[in-house]
Design a protein around this ligand. Sequence first.
Ligand SMILES: *[C@@H]1O[C@H](CO)[C@@H](O)[C@H](O)[C@H]1NC(C)=O
Ligand SMILES: *[C@@H]1O[C@H](CO)[C@@H](O)[C@H](O)[C@H]1NC(C)=O
Ligand SMILES: *[C@@H]1O[C@H](CO)[C@@H](O)[C@H](O)[C@H]1NC(C)=O
Length: 510
Amino acid sequence: MALLTILFSLLSLLLILVASNIVKSHGMALREATVEDLQLAFKQNRLTSRQLVEFYLREIRRLNPVLKGVIEVNPDALYLADKADQERKAKAPVTHSNLHGIPILVKDNIATKDKLNTTAGSYALLGSIVPRDAGVVTKLRQAGAIILGKASLSEWSHFRSDNAPGGWSARGGQGLNPYNLLARPCGSSSGSAISVAANLAAVSLGTETDGSILCPANLNSVVGIKPTVGLTSRAGVVPISPRQDSVGPICRTVSDAVHVLDAIVGIDQIDIATIEMSKYIPKGGYAQFLRRDGLKGKRIGMVKDPFFDFGNDTFLAQTFELHFKTLRREGGILVDHLKLDNVGEIFSSAAENTALSAEFKISLNAYLKELVTSPVRSLADVIAFNNKSKKEKVKQYGQNLFLTAEATNGMGNAEKAALSSIARLSKNGFEKVMKKNKLDALVAGDPFDILSTPLALGGFPGIIVPAGYKDGVPFGICFGGLRGSEQKLIEIAYAFEQATKIRKPPPLKF
Ligand SMILES: *[C@@H]1O[C@H](CO)[C@@H](O)[C@H](O)[C@H]1NC(C)=O
Ligand SMILES: *[C@@H]1O[C@H](CO)[C@@H](O)[C@H](O)[C@H]1NC(C)=O
Ligand SMILES: *[C@@H]1O[C@H](CO)[C@@H](O)[C@H](O)[C@H]1NC(C)=O
């Protein structure tokens, strides 16, 4: 009898241990889980979308008051999760999509026609009603993704004021870098990068005009893809410039980013650039280029000045020497000692700002006019709104970029001259070095985010992958290519990531 009691107690103890282990491993497994991990767990009935959304909502409640990566949570997220779980039970066709039942945060300049506001971080747009989902959101919903909420950003994608810090918006406050709360998170897709880095969502979307995906991905140890301009629809995105704006994924791994890219690329009749650019989308999508041997035979150009100019920083110099070795060992052909003929001009020219100012006024006014209801209908209204604001930081940071843009008057002679300068800078710089040397990509050791400008000028794609940590602050390695070269960039980035596995989750100690 006594023996039975002891056995019974032992058995209970064992059950308790097993149970607590499941809870623990469940929690552990969700942190850093990839889209492929999550799909496998769904398939094996080890996880539901409801459990996954509940996990992220808990983490947002716990961490977001400090990190401020999320500006709004979707009140319908649990309802959408239950719907996804039912679809999975019913084996609905949509469940074949890699994003089915996966919670995604989208930057707050990407319109969603639901209970979420779309404000670009500004009170001026609070209460506005968008006419429809953004083109990329329509595609996300078709793929069965769950819109978990809106990610914070640098207000108006950092086109309001030079003086505002990256990651700040009036509505969202100051987003913080989860690796070091005193380090900058960079922007303008700050919240997207902060949130996936800190496991507040499975995946996210950001937007880039010049550096707004690549820079925050760089500083938050995540992967960012800035697609060729027009590969993804910009319809329903609070714009800066249709010539440079691009919507792309920010995720923890290359494979997650590629699954998101596969879901959002393609034709949207409302953004006609997508019609021509769809010629670049490979049959069967981008996931087939997640190849462990993807670096084999790739010609990768190196322009040491300025892309590997680390001054006297021996740590960065040594780290990137190791990365060059890895790229070579994995079969890459590094083409060294290249230079961009017009490098000084690329970074000093005023042409980009001249063109962007006029394009911003035109395209923002068009966006605001199309809203169903809105407190503001033009850039002039937004400026007047800010002028009246009593908020200390709104006043402190000012709106110099807005005022410059408002002073423009369409695409006049100065703007046309700027556009031809931009075309020339791109042709004689990045394009020339790529073509002359038959490169698949140009690499940048990019702790300072500088490859983004040559890519911005040509509408070219770039991908950034974690490359290390300096004093605890992350930095990445960036690969850029010519229009439509996403598949090669993905092969290179995936092979590098798999060979190095540098990303670590942030050591959140608060
Ligand atoms: C959207 O903004 C309104 C204020 O105009 C607010 O009441 C509402 O809660 C916001 N929506 C979400 C999902 O946070
Ligand atoms: C590196 O250079 C910077 C200025 O360029 C200087 O402030 C710093 O002390 C130098 N560090 C070392 C280790 O030489
Ligand atoms: C807003 O304030 C700026 C000066 O800070 C001024 O130049 C501009 O005319 C004002 N605009 C409106 C619409 O109030």
